[in-house]
Design a protein around this ligand. Structure first.
Ligand code: SF4
Length: 249
């Protein structure tokens, strides 16, 4: 009988760079997502605990750091942890994802688009893992809320910011990111203005969902120049109101 190919691989097992807890990074080479389109998805999870349990207990700091949108601190994170992350963790427990080097998986996904941190902050994982994963890719998208985390090594953050966008929840944060030389992705309230040097995310409702992330690829960090424009989107979804209150706090 023909052996089934794995749908994903563990590309990192080790301590979180955010708090030292055991974590894994898993690259799913086959998955579907309406907003992103066909992209390789990556999940950063605690290795020792179901993500729902970790989230409720606040032990998701291992993979989210001090992000203000963590549910245990009253945040409004848009990720439904009971779905994708929980399903990926259960598949991990069943042994469905073999270990593979990020170099090897990077070759498997050559020519494809890769999303860094479908769940979890890419800052938790050594940056060389991501560099290898995207080395042959057609492009990448990714975001981090940890771009001001002074507990992280400066070199780690500098290389990471070449690959991913600074997540910003206000104009003040966007100004700060810009001053640090980072491109960013800014979430704004309904009616909020688009600032100079920003453009509306083409996958948004306000832009008529003209593209998906796999056809846009603009959220690829600062490597090609911090002067490149940064996207913005009106906050949406069931938790939008809470999100704005937290962002303004
Ligand atoms: S700007 Fe492009 S890559 Fe970034 S979130 Fe929007 S569609 Fe995706």
């Amino acid at each position: 009988m023909k052996e089934r190919k794995p749908t994903g691989y563990v590309i990192y097992r080790g301590p979180s760079l955010l708090d030292g807890s055991p974590i894994v990074a898993i690259a799913l080479v086959h998955s579907t997502n309406a907003k992103t389109g066909d992209m390789v998805q990556t999940y950063i999870l605690r290795a020792d605990e179901n993500p729902l349990q970790a989230m409720m207990a606040g032990r998701d700091a291992a993979i989210c750091g001090d992000c203000k949108h963590r549910p245990s601190t009253g945040g409004a994170c848009y990720v439904n942890v009971g779905q994708g992350p929980n399903a990926v963790y259960k598949a991990l427990e069943r042994g469905n994802y073999p270990d593979a080097t990020p170099e090897a998986v990077g070759l498997m996904v050559a020519g494809r688009m890769v999303r860094l941190g479908t769940y979890g902050d890419p800052a938790a994982v050594p940056v060389h893992v991501w560099q290898w994963l995207v080395a042959q890719a057609a492009g990448r998208t990714g975001y981090t809320h940890q771009w001001r985390n002074e507990a992280l090594a400066g070199e780690h953050v500098a290389h990471l910011m070449d690959l991913v966008m600074a997540s910003c929840d206000s104009e003040a944060e966007a100004d700060e990111a810009r001053a640090m030389g980072y491109r960013y992705f800014r979430v704004r309230a309904n009616g909020g203005a688009v600032a100079r040097g920003e453009f509306i995310c083409p996958a948004s409702n306000e832009a008529g969902k003209r593209k998906t992330c796999s056809t846009c690829g603009a959220c690829d960090g600062s490597e090609r120049g911090a002067l490149k424009a940064s996207p913005t989107i009106i906050v949406h979804g069931a938790k939008a109101r809470r999100f704005i209150a937290i962002a303004a706090a």
